[in-house]
Design a protein around this ligand. Structure first.
Ligand SMILES: Cc1cc2nc3c(=O)[nH]c(=O)nc-3n(C[C@H](O)[C@H](O)[C@H](O)COP(=O)(O)OP(=O)(O)OC[C@H]3O[C@@H](n4cnc5c(N)ncnc54)[C@H](O)[C@@H]3O)c2cc1C
Length: 265
């Protein structure tokens, strides 16, 4: 049987755009352009490499939970070479926090069928880096996170192996499948979609799911079901002109005094 890989990809507001909170202190996702989270491109790349190492005997599904435009993130991943997409979209998802998102992803992964789930190390908007662990817990399978190298041995009944580079040690980890892994931005440059890939992606199937399809009640997600709440948000103050130190013999001393005054030294 082919290896079933699900890659979780998030559609995030473009970090170069002007981002805002909406009145209810959720991220305003309507007023800003979005894109596939760049860190999730590494996850798609590693899934493609695992498929290539299996001589193509694998199927890659890319999964996103997000608004209508999140379809763009799926199309990008499909143009890189993934086989099909799943898009969970529902008005009741508005305000869903990390715990709620992990519930939706877990149900969608189970419905899709999987041997291996590949996530990015963190999204580029929330950057919590918690989803892979929450997802593994909900699925009741091993998690091997923050990998800079990943491979699968022995197909769907085999194992996933990886290398995690920490500050003080390098760990070589292994888990039996099914499992959840996350990969870092050190795992290898993500490929650019080719023109052929972009054209092919237009015809690849994308399944749309709503909460009902996943047996999730509206009050388990959204702002109502969230365990976390943003109480207050304020715009960062505009940058001031700064302090210019002219070196007339005492420059070094003045710099040190300035840094000490700011408690940097
Ligand atoms: C429409 C919508 C509205 C939301 N509103 C709020 C809100 O008001 N308040 C709030 O706290 N949170 C909200 N969220 C949830 C939030 O944006 C995050 O998805 C969630 O909190 C996870 O945190 P993170 O982004 O830091 O993920 P991380 O834990 O940093 O992500 C790690 C990895 O998990 C996977 N992943 C994460 N999110 C998704 C996703 N949505 N789809 C597929 N894969 C994913 C990716 O592989 C990613 O690299 C909303 C999400 C959506 C889709």
């Amino acid at each position: 049987m082919s290896l079933r890989i699900v890659v979780c990809v998030k559609y995030v507001p473009d970090a170069t755009g002007d981002r805002h909170f909406a009145e209810d202190l959720t991220v305003d996702r309507d007023d800003v352009d979005g894109l596939l989270s760049e860190l999730d491109e590494y996850a798609v790349e590693q899934a493609l490499q695992i498929k290539e190492a299996a001589d193509g005997d694998a199927e890659i599904t890319v999964l996103t939970v997000g608004p209508e435009d999140a379809n763009d993130a799926l199309r990008k991943a499909l143009s890189m070479g993934a086989d099909k997409g799943v898009h969970v979209e529902d008005d009741d998802l508005h305000g869903t926090d990390a715990l709620g998102t992990s519930l939706v992803l877990a149900k969608a992964v189970e419905k899709t069928g999987y041997d291996l789930v590949v996530c990015g190390m963190a999204s580029t908007d929330g950057t919590m880096g918690v989803l892979p662990a929450l997802l593994a817990e909900r699925l009741g399978v091993p998690q091997v996170t923050q990998l800079s190298e990943v491979s699968v041995d022995g197909g769907p009944d085999g194992t996933v192996k990886g290398r995690r580079d920490g500050d003080t040690a390098t760990e070589h980890l292994e888990a039996s499948l099914p499992a959840v892994v996350s990969v870092t931005d050190q795992s290898g440059e993500a490929r650019y979609p080719s023109f052929k890939g972009i054209m092919a992606a237009k015809k690849k199937p994308v399944e749309s799911l709503e909460l009902d399809d996943l047996d999730i009640e509206a009050d388990e997600v959204g702002l109502a079901g969230a365990w976390t709440k943003v109480e207050e948000a304020a715009e960062r103050p505009a940058r001031t002109a700064g302090t210019i130190v002219k070196d007339e013999g005492e420059g070094g001393k003045q710099l040190a005094e300035f840094l000490a005054g700011q408690k940097f030294i």
